[in-house]
Design a protein around this ligand. Structure first.
Ligand SMILES: Nc1ncnc2c1ncn2[C@@H]1O[C@H](COP(=O)(O)OP(=O)(O)OP(=O)(O)O)[C@@H](O)[C@H]1O
Length: 259
């Protein structure tokens, strides 16, 4: 069976430090897997390595059976990526329509396809944001921005969606909206890998959780139950190693730059 994601014995070393240690993770078709762990445990690094953004020092990554050595080797027509909102939309002076249209562009396709308008609208309808088509993304709430970024990832109709901390800095109402969006996508048959600080309101949607600690997998199985009284709304840390805010031109031209 060809897996959407198959990571085998992956090691990643950055700045002389071993960040991931012998990590093996499988995501099968139709699963909704959470990647959990404390700050600095290596979750984002694993996602970035899976999308060819950071190189492996040992081990292998396959997406739909394709070996991933660099960003260009990712089968982007089958994989959607939703980056952390804080790094993706800060200061971008674009409308919702423009942001979602950028999901249809790439280094090889710098003009939108003929049916772009209909596809953009359909993607926004899937996340309940069609009414906001013409609004500047910077004017939207955090939760709404998050849904627009999901629409941008959905506009190519991927089979596998990777989301990096979609609940970070999002208020409780928007978290519930996000959970129902995710439930709908799962019903549509999407395979999902979602990086989370803790499983929280998404726990009922998860088929499995992989927990990282100090760059190694310490759990791969049923999702842990959310702690009583948990509140993720205040989890809005910034990454000291985060990519710089994307220039609008990069956002408009090449969604693969977001990975
Ligand atoms: N380019 C880099 N050079 C050196 N160290 C790095 C680099 N990128 C990440 N790291 C380090 O790797 C470790 C894991 O970082 P990573 O962002 O993958 O963790 P995380 O689990 O996603 O954390 P968070 O919850 O804060 O997003 C951290 O100690 C981080 O400082």
């Amino acid at each position: 069976m060809i897996l959407p994601l198959h990571v085998e014995h992956l090691d990643v070393t950055l700045g002389g430090s071993r960040i991931l240690r012998d990590v093996s993770v499988r995501v099968a078709s139709g699963e909704c897997v959470a990647l959990l762990g404390a700050n600095g445990s290596g979750k984002s690094t694993l996602v970035r390595a899976a999308l060819g953004v950071v190189p492996a020092s040992a081990g292998q990554v396959h997406l739909f059976g394709t070996p991933v050595a660099r960003r260009r080797s990712v089968p982007w027509e089958r994989v959607g990526y939703v980056p952390q909102r804080s790094t993706a939309v800060a200061g971008v002076p674009a409308t919702v329509r423009e942001v979602v249209t950028s999901g249809l562009l790439s280094a090889r396709r710098i003009a939108p396809p003929r049916d772009a308008r209909a596809r953009v609208l359909a993607a926004l309808e899937r996340v309940g944001m069609a009414a906001h088509l013409r609004r500047p993304i910077a004017q939207l709430s955090g939760g709404q921005q998050q849904r627009v970024l999901i629409a941008r990832a959905l506009v190519r109709e991927p089979e596998f969606l990777v989301l990096d901390e979609p609940l970070a800095g999002v208020d409780t109402d928007s978290q519930a909206t996000f959970a129902s969006t995710l439930r709908r996508l799962r019903r549509d048959g999407l395979t999902v890998l979602v990086v989370l600080h803790e499983s929280g309101p998404l726990a009922p949607l998860l088929t499995r959780a992989v927990v990282l600690r100090h760059g190694a997998v310490v759990h791969d199985g049923p999702p842990p139950h959310p702690a009583p009284g948990h509140d993720e709304a205040d989890h809005d840390h910034q990454h000291d190693h985060a990519e710089p805010d994307l220039a609008p031109a990069a956002l408009a031209l090449n969604p693969e730059n977001l990975a």
